[in-house]
Write a new protein. Sequence first.
Length: 81
Amino acid sequence: MKRQKGWVVTFRPDGRTTEVMHGTPLLEAARKAGVALTTRCGGKAGCLMCKVKVEDQFAAGLQPPGDTERRKLGSLLVEGV
């Protein structure tokens, strides 16, 4: 959800919410909200441990996936991952 100063991101199922500026990676938003997303690669799309599912109505608020994300996620992208 867009606000004047940034975006409000809600992580489900626990409902933790944080406000972040446009362009903030979801992994960073999760950490700010206190949501533990396990990762071995530090968020460089190397291990695929931190993948999240984005509900369709909110996908337009995201930047398109980068080349590495597209290669790693493949068909998962059409499922909203």
